[in-house]
Design a protein around this ligand. Sequence first.
Ligand SMILES: Nc1ncnc2c1ncn2[C@@H]1O[C@H](COP(=O)(O)OP(=O)(O)OP(=O)(O)O)[C@@H](O)[C@H]1O
Ligand SMILES: [Mg+2]
Length: 280
Amino acid sequence: MNSTVATPAKPAAATRPGSPVVINEDANHELAIRVEDLNLWYGEKQALKNINIDVFQKNVTALIGPSGCGKSTFLRCLNRMNDLIRSVRIEGLVEMDGRDVNARNMDEVALRRRVGMVFQKPNPFPKSIYDNIAYAPTMHDLVSRRADKDDLVESALRDAGLWEEVKDILDQPGTSLSGGQQQRLCIARAIAVKPDVILMDEPTSALDPISTATIEDLMDKLKTQFSIVTVTHNMQQAARVADYTAFFHMGELVEYNDTKTMFSNPNTKKAEDYITGRYG
Ligand SMILES: Nc1ncnc2c1ncn2[C@@H]1O[C@H](COP(=O)(O)OP(=O)(O)OP(=O)(O)O)[C@@H](O)[C@H]1O
Ligand SMILES: [Mg+2]
């Protein structure tokens, strides 16, 4: 079994077996999350096999691969969302700031504040636009005074590129917005608690092309503040938005590479076949 940590990183790392070529050596290569020898089973069925990957801060990392290869399962390991599934068993290390997120004494609520999530289908709370944003920061005691909440709601909506469209209707239900607006509301909600990492599971697959382009632009802006890990079935999207791309296949991380290299000159035949549409 290959236990080399996949590190699409600095030149020194590029000399290690299987390490990718790095195009932009000036990019941020500080670690956001380190995953080592991660294995996950649903009952008897193994869904993740010996995954090793370093996720870098303030980059977009795309997870690609055929349906059922384990992308969502992997994403959920990063904020312990798999804990909610009873049959799951996990071995290995998922580390943030030198701490194992699966440690018994890890505060899951605090972890999910630091590692937010945006889902495929926009899922606003059944609350006003304002309260969709203000609710979690209030729960986490990040804000209490009304004026501070107002500021936070405005800045989160501005950062999510939604403020101009909703500033006069903040008391209307989040669910009254269009699908693309709802997804930006969910992104605003995720960033309002000031996470370090935002996980996105096919965030644009339910959206029209214009809303998709808006969210892609947004990801590009948000990565100056946050680390983003996103799942996509859209190869053009991965090529457009991601700094690094991880190709999963049947529960294994087959290749992790600088996105440009992944799409122009992948190291593995499997990744090449998938990217060029030969299977998947
Ligand atoms: N809650 C669950 N219980 C049992 N098995 C599951 C569960 N969720 C996922 N699996 C299985 O784990 C494997 C990986 O599933 P996962 O949803 O992570 O794939 P994926 O790469 O996200 O696929 P897709 O592109 O279709 O979303 C699949 O074989 C799936 O059937
Ligand atoms: Mg999935």
